[in-house]
Design a protein around this ligand. Sequence first.
Ligand SMILES: *Cc1c(COP(=O)(O)O)cnc(C)c1O
Length: 370
Amino acid sequence: MKTMSQVPFVDLKGQYESLKGEILPAIEKVLDSCAFILGPEVAAFEKEFAEYVGTKHAIAVNTGTSALHVALEAAGVGPGDEVISVPMTFVATTAAIVYCGARTVLVDVDPVTHTMNPALVEAAITPHTKAIIPVHLYGQPADLGPIQEICRKHNLILLEDACQAHGAEYKGQRCGSLGHMGAFSFYPGKNLGAYGDSGLAVTNDDELARKMRMLRDWGCEKKYHHELSGYNYRMDNIQGAILRIKLRHLEKWTEARRAHAAFYDQHLKGLNLEFVPQKDYARHVYHLYPILVENRDQVMRTLAEEGVQSGIHYPIPVHLQPAYANLGYKEGDFPVSESIARRTMSLPMFPEMTQEQAQRVVDAVKKAVK
Ligand SMILES: *Cc1c(COP(=O)(O)O)cnc(C)c1O
């Protein structure tokens, strides 16, 4: 069998090698200080990330899921409330709603962007609706303008799931800064990834920020004075130090992702497949680059034979997951999401991808779909 170098789906090792000289001394400094939880690196990262997004506050937590959870709780979402979101996302979006004891109400996504279809939202609003969570899927903002309008009209909280959208923009404004709150994940594979789990919530609202800050650390502002029933959702100081370093590289990495995506767009146009175009309103940051094909198994097999890794994000929409059967939905309820889930597959996408690797991906896809 001929051996062939693989085009990986992502290359965390390549990125680490390029940063090692900056990362290791920063970790050593934290270890020497013995300030392990929250701490000065986390505080500095919060300040720098808030500046990057363009919000007044950033609250560092231990995961993106926790960021969504404290945001909803700070807004007063609880049992008896409904929160509107989408089936075409990672399950964490719904999990955070479940953690609050609230009910998830789903609306289908747009067939072109795969993000929340604003035209479907108003029909899903009831007297119990408290918040809306659009997901900036793959790194492209949902169409936030009409959703902001609906939130204003019905007095609803707008929480952006920006866990895939670090640095993405809607009409020139950074994702996370357009709603009442925004949630980010720094899971290692995300566009800005820690070396472990981490997340963060942003807001311009002083009171929401104060509550989220308390909720992440046992409901305290003052140690051992528990004002709220809170959680242990704190970020490690080591992750803060690593994220500060990586944040300084993020724009360069994002531009590299955008260049790879433009190359894919150009060469996949006209083939027997669909891809998700960048909308006029968007700066898309391409956490993922999915294509839709009818014979996915076959296409993925051909790519694998050509040494090109691929993934599926996501094979099963939230409403068809056994864990969320109690939401009461069934197959056929969200035909657009179901059709995407049946056909979607993600191509390699990471900043360090070479031109030669991108060309190999394009050649393999051409061979697979012809
Ligand atoms: C990654 C992700 C999350 C959850 O983030 P974690 O840090 O893994 O908890 C939530 N929503 C979306 C859309 C994500 O991609």
